[in-house]
Design a protein around this ligand. Structure first.
Ligand code: MG
Length: 276
């Protein structure tokens, strides 16, 4: 599997501080959207990036290592900000390996998102931890109503706001021509899915696509900080599975991989990186 990537972030037109932070360095690509204002939200998101950056430069990582980053980030936020009301989302993808094959581990806490663009279709992989998402799940509101709902910024999970982080995980074998998008809600709050899909379809270079998405979101209003990471994947093939790891606060356990991979199509691939 070969990857290339690009990233962009902007304060937007309204906020005085950029509380988003991002990391784009194999094997991990993520966006963190801090909440709590200057010297709080920006610190929380930066601590997340610092912690996950310790995985950077390795050929692959593991679900246990990613989960450890969540735990340590939450600890550091609690320590550094001493009970101040703040926190951060973290959403992203990491290259992982099972029996010599490469997979994407998608992870999420909060309402930053991971999308996959493949075969001309944009699909949201992560599920928001938000009040509005719960209303959607219960069928109380429509997706259109969700976009403008007054409580759309209220999160049900974040790092720093609770005793133990509860990330969700999904495992995807990389498709032959996948493109992954990781973004903060400053992007999805401004741009409809079809606009995002069009940019991902038209701009072949990952950095160009990441930059263009941010520029369009700022032009559309820039009401929030906006961040994007675009990751391109090229492999020789593989099946598509969507599975959720246990949400246990402790380690994921030695049997977790085998459970997740039961019945999965396993692509044969090797991993290399290339700078944009
Ligand atoms: Mg935001």
């Amino acid at each position: 599997m070969r990857t290339s990537w690009g990233s962009a972030t902007d304060r937007g037109r309204v906020r005085s501080v950029n509380e988003d932070a991002l990391l784009a360095f194999p094997p991990v690509f993520l966006v963190a959207d801090g909440m709590g204002g200057h010297d709080a939200g920006d610190v929380a998101s930066r601590l997340a990036v610092e912690e996950f950056a310790q995985l950077a430069g390795r050929p692959t990582t593991s679900a246990d290592e990613v989960h450890g980053c969540f735990i340590r980030t939450a600890d550091r936020i609690r320590e550094a900000l001493d009970g101040r009301p703040c926190g951060t989302t973290v959403a992203g993808v990491a290259v992982t390996e099972h029996e010599g094959s490469a997979y994407w581990l998608v992870f999420n806490v909060g309402d930053s998102r991971v999308y996959r663009w493949a075969d001309g279709q944009l699909r949201q992989i992560s599920v928001d931890h938000s009040v509005v998402q719960e209303m959607l799940d219960r069928g109380e509101i429509t997706p259109d109503e969700a976009r403008n709902h007054p409580e759309r910024h209220v999160l049900t999970r974040a790092l720093g706001s609770g005793p133990l982080p509860e990330p969700d995980y999904w495992l995807l074998p990389a498709g032959p021509h996948d493109r992954l998008l990781v973004c903060s809600d400053g992007l999805t709050g401004e741009l409809e899915d079809d606009v995002i899909a069009q940019v991902l379809a038209e701009l072949a270079d990952a950095q160009d696509a990441a930059q263009q998405l941010v520029e369009l979101a700022v032009e559309a209003g820039g009401h929030d900080n906006v961040s994007t990471v675009v990751v391109d994947v090229a492999t020789s093939g593989g099946g598509d599975v969507h599975m959720t790891l246990p949400r246990a606060g402790a380690g994921l356990g030695a049997g977790a991989w085998d459970e997740m991979l039961d019945g999965a199509t396993v692509p044969r691939a090797t991993t290399t990186g290339s700078k944009p």
